[in-house]
Design a protein around this ligand. Structure first.
Ligand code: Z5A
Length: 221
């Protein structure tokens, strides 16, 4: 059985974390006969949780953009080695809240770092590992900002504090990536009600999962 990596992407407040949790429960309850791992970046490991607090906490010191890029790469390298690759090797389906597309969208388009540098950091961290499928939750940045404000107990982290123009550039980044990788990245209209978004997500996932299962069966026979 082949492991599969499904990533959930979008600007902050796009609803991807909620949808990932719903997908996880749906897959577990509907008996897809495959064990699952749900994880996230940054912070999918113990070491990653330390890096996450450095990356997201608002601090007196300004974190340099290249240092930020490298910290995301460090988090990812550790995450892949410790969590993702072992799970894939066991044939599990891995649901990951953010992955490499976030780096291209946030550090590349959002921060404006040179794409060559971003690519280098991603290559070093992943050594070529790519998602089998990426769900990009596309939401209007104003709506996403409102959702974040409305969220109970919601403070503002370092990237959220970067403002609306930053979120708009990041969204543009995801748009460009979706155009570049049309087979892997599927756009989901995240502006709708939570339940309506989940219906779309299931419609996208069901045929893919069936296809993967039948590929596995063919390999076995
Ligand atoms: N980052 C980066 O720059 N480079 C990288 O390579 C990587 C990450 C990997 C991670 O923060 C930060 O790291 C992130 C990018 C950067 N930037 N920031 N900030 P995080 O993990 O703490 O946060 P996040 O990934 O941005 O998640 P989020 O803010 O929690 O947003 P979300 O996961 O997309 O949304 P949600 O938590 O599911 O929903 C947010 C709220 O909206 C919540 O109250 C929901 O109930 C509500 N919601 C969600 N969907 C709907 C719909 N459809 N209708 C109404 N309300 C909804």
């Amino acid at each position: 059985m082949q492991g599969r990596l499904i990533t959930f992407e979008g600007i902050d407040g796009a609803g991807k974390t909620t949808q990932l949790q719903w997908v996880r429960s749906w897959l577990a309850d509907a008996g897809w006969a495959r064990s699952l791992v749900a994880t996230r970046e940054p912070g999918g490991t113990g070491i990653g949780r330390h890096l996450r607090s450095v990356l997201l906490q608002v601090n007196d010191e300004v974190l340099d953009d290249r240092a930020e890029l490298l910290l995301y790469a460090a988090d990812r390298a550790q995450h892949i080695a410790q969590v993702i690759e072992p799970a894939l090797a066991e044939g599990q389906w891995v649901l990951c809240d953010r992955f490499t597309d976030s780096t291209f969208a946030y550090q590349g388009l959002g921060r404006g770092l040179e794409m060559g540098l971003v690519e280098q950091s991603v290559r070093m961290a992943t050594q070529g590992l790519q998602p089998d499928l990426t769900l990009w939750f596309d939401v209007d940045p104003e709506m996403a900002a409102k959702r974040r404000q409305d969220r109970a107990g919601g403070g503002t982290d370092r990237l959220e504090a970067a403002g609306l123009a930053f979120q708009k550039r990041t969204r543009q980044g995801f748009q460009e990536l979706a155009t570049q990788f049309p087979g892997r990245i599927v756009q989901v209209d995240g502006n709708q009600e939570l339940e309506a978004v989940f219906v779309i997500v299931k419609e996208i996932l069901e045929p893919r999962l069936k296809q993967w299962l039948s590929e596995d069966l063919m390999e076995v026979s």
